[in-house]
Design a protein around this ligand. Sequence first.
Ligand code: NAI
Ligand code: MG
Length: 484
Amino acid sequence: MSSVQPAETKTPRKYQLLIDGKWVDAESGKTFLTPNPATGETLAEVAEADKADIDKAVKAARRAFEGKWSKISARDRGRMLYKLSQLIEENSAELAALETADNGKPIKESSYVDLPQVAENFEYFAGWATKIEGETIPVPGQMFNYTLREPVGVCGQIIPWNFPLLMAAWKLAPALAAGNTVVLKPAEQTPVNAMELGKLIEQAGFPEGVVNIVPGYGETAGAALAAHPGIDKVAFTGSTEVGKLVAKAAADNLSKVSLELGGKAPNIVFADADLEQAVNGAMMGIFFNQGQVCCAGSRLFVQEDVNPMDKATHMGPQVSEEQLNRIKGYVDIAQKEGATVVSGGVSPKLEGAFQKGYFFQPTIFSDVKNQMRVAQEEIFGPVVSVIGFRDEDDLIKQANDTIYGLSAGLWTKDITRAHRFAKEIRAGVIWINTYNMFNAASPFGGYKQSGYGREMGKHALEMYTNVKSVWVDLSGKPIGWFGN
Ligand code: NAI
Ligand code: MG
């Protein structure tokens, strides 16, 4: 039987905060509304966490970390994570419908991309729980030296709205596998599925306080979490601007920080590419998830006379009115800078329920120079800038001429060129003749101002563990430095 409430309830859904295993109102009693971006109608009313609630949640997470959770074996942690992955699979139809209602992404995306990957991440890290090991180090003398890999403690995790449940899974799964406890703040635009996940976490058997979920605004709840002295590690995904604020706030406590920030990825089409593959990949690169993807291929570098963009794709609404207006603003900026709209550039005229939705047409700009703002700043919408290039040297310079370094795509049949580029592009993920490929076992994260730390794969465990070096004398004799 499914335990997640279906999406199509008429009255707005209601959610409280999850703190210390209890569902509670915010200390202030405040709530906020989250709309369905396709219609503008209210989807849910959610308790609004602020500083006092964050403080309660951090204390609960600390108690759980030092108490029950520390006594649970790695095997049992793994079993709970695995159970959670199964519960997510059992409830995936309802969760996908809710993700679509909250974020606006087409149901095809939430059903076939988000939900399977959410389950996969919990399943993958369930396996890691029993495989986090230290080392023995061959030090000289009558000494035994070994390392322990221990959880860092209480983790504050700040989640964005573009893949609400998946970004929560990327952060929660390794943190819990390694034995940490968590205070998770979903994005104010998309809190619904984090709260549903909270219910499944309880069902999976995690003790109270191990995962606390505190929806609220970034400037209040998010800022309080990043700055809380009781937090050992802050994990953030979102804008580069806020990432810098988070790192500064955490610096006062020297809490560890990992940041997964913006991007302005080059997606490069060489004249020798398989054009059908490249056109398809260029569209996948920018229009997937309405362009609201940090690794989106928003700078499409095209060699000489290749014309890779000739059809549009099925689209959902943008996540919020604010994001829609931001995209419109960039269209104006681009035109003032001399770029030409080849297609799109406006909101579509829609009928009925969707009249008030936050829709925008897939948009292609030509006549773009890499120095223009439209090619340098993250837009986070279905807007691609087509930029020409002559040869490899020219291309590498332009492709790397960005403050970001999250990802890059390359389309070519020349295998030596492909690997040369993979080496020369300064970005954390390179896709060759493909785009937007992800797997729980493969690391993801940025170079330069796209952030630091890696999510997924065994590298994610590095962010959620401390290394302790233990020295043991095997001689039974005094050190002897001060005599003897
Ligand atoms: P944002 O960076 O403000 O929001 C991301 C998360 O950070 C949310 O949970 C938010 O509540 C929280 N937050 C906001 N201000 C905070 C603060 N001062 N301290 C702690 N947490 C805070 O992103 P926003 O405003 O929703 O979108 C603006 C732009 O950010 C987008 O247009 C896009 O360029 C970028 N972005 C990038 C994402 C990515 O996947 N790398 C995801 C979301 C947005
Ligand atoms: Mg913001």
